[in-house]
Design a protein around this ligand. Structure first.
Ligand SMILES: [Zn+2]
Length: 417
């Protein structure tokens, strides 16, 4: 009898964990970009059409142009913005030669194999991309991270009105801008001459001469030293030390720092109470100080927490547009934090298995585990078909066991991936 009553006395913890964040390090470069040879139709039932060679070439160049931008970076940091001139007036043979040189520079490379791509680009035969409300930024290009890829997907609208086809030169610019997002750059506000300006990506300036207003057949793009250094810092980051790149604002940065700390909390002794910690950063993003503002239960725990956080620094440069005065971030961690970290590890192993088994992303599975490691799961969003759903369930079964930080009388419910 009491056996059947047991579930009602179990404490049920429901965890809402943030979506996994994208992180890149030196081992991810060169980034392999696949440009789909077929155009997706706005009407999903319509047959796919081939992407014209002219538009395909523009998209390819937009990818390779990033190698050119990275080359613009001088050895020593400056406060400046660089204007990079992209030419469209050279003949086809010279153009092809230049593309080949840029491909060999190898920060971003094109691949013909979709399976090995980190980033997939798709042209969409529409004026407004799905979900866009107006003819603004999101209407002509959109980057979405993840999607079963190391980096994500870019969708680009191939029409600039309900009738006209976007001109090829403009596509190249949209491509540059969206790749900027894929590399973790956010929008620059109030800056007309910047690639990451949300509305107008190209520049008209008096110098260099090719960028003067009305100059034909060139595009000039501005990009700041700070933006380029952020991308460079990804390329230089040692494997496994990556900070998520999907942050664009201080709140995202804060979440990323929190994520890095949380995943390492398992190395600490159990926290005996909720404590607060404040991290102070210099304007360049170096960790200046760690202060415990509310104790985690004992001086030993507080010291262990401080030592851990210091050992995890640096956390990467602050987002662009961060005010230059000193930045503080505050976090709290509860005795449940190690359990969160354990579940996060489970999530990462699950996602990796999905990729290994080539199960399409987009599905969702709700998992309940109790303190004895007993498991229940339910598919809450499909992984494509019943075969994939079954395979996803098998992965959960194979990965799950008792969670070290879950008390015998508790159970935990969470959603993957
Ligand atoms: Zn944008």
């Amino acid at each position: 009898m009491s056996r059947y009553l047991l579930p009602s006395v179990l404490a049920l913890l429901s965890l809402i964990l943030p979506a996994p964040v994208l992180a890149l390090d030196s081992s991810d470069f060169p980034l392999k970009v696949f440009i789909s040879p077929q155009v997706r139709q706005n009407d999903p039932t319509a047959p796919l059409t081939p992407l014209s060679e002219r538009l395909r070439e523009s998209l390819r160049r937009g990818v390779l142009d990033w190698n050119k931008l990275l080359l613009a970076l001088p050895k020593e940091p400056t406060n400046g913005t660089y204007v990079v001139v992209l030419r469209n007036d050279i003949d086809a043979a010279a153009n092809a030669k230049e593309a080949e040189v840029l491909q060999q520079l190898g920060f971003l490379v094109l691949t013909e194999q979709k399976e090995e791509a980190d980033l997939v680009v798709e042209g969409v035969d529409t004026f407004l991309l799905e979900g866009s409300k107006s003819s603004t930024e999101g209407a002509i290009g959109r980057f979405a991270s993840g999607q079963g890829l190391d980096v994500g997907k870019i969708a680009i609208s191939l029409r600039n009105s309900s009738q006209g086809e976007t001109n090829a030169f403009q596509l190249r610019l949209v491509m540059l801008h969206e790749i900027g997002h894929a590399l973790g750059l956010g929008h620059i506000k109030d800056n007309k001459c910047n690639l990451m300006s949300p509305t107008r990506y190209d520049c008209q300036t008096d110098s260099p001469y090719e960028c003067r207003p009305g100059a034909p057949r060139t595009i000039c793009v501005g990009i700041s030293d700070r933006q380029l250094r952020r991308v460079e810092s990804l390329i230089l980051t040692a494997p496994g030390e990556a900070m998520p790149v999907a942050y664009q604002e201080m709140t995202d940065y804060s979440r990323a720092v929190d994520h890095k700390i949380t995943t390492h909390l398992l190395t600490l002794p159990p926290l005996s109470q909720r404590g607060d910690v404040e991290l102070q950063f210099t304007p360049t993003g170096a960790l200046q100080d760690v202060k415990i503002t509310k104790s985690f239960g004992s001086p030993e725990l507080d010291t262990a927490m401080t030592t851990l956080i210091k050992s995890l620094a640096p956390f990467g440069p602050l987002p662009p547009d961060t005010p230059t005065e000193k930045q503080h971030l505050n976090f709290y961690y509860t005795p449940n934090a190690p359990l969160h970290a354990e579940i996060d590890q489970l999530r990462q192993r699950f996602t990796a298995q999905l990729q290994t088994q080539a199960i399409p992303s987009g599905g969702e599975i709700q998992v309940t585990i109790n303190g004895k490691g007993e498991l229940r799961y339910q598919i809450t969003r499909t992984f494509g078909d019943s075969k994939n759903n079954l395979a996803a369930g098998r992965i959960i079964e194979s990965l799950s066991g008792p969670l070290n930080n879950l008390a015998a009388k508790e159970q935990v419910k969470f959603t993957l991936p």
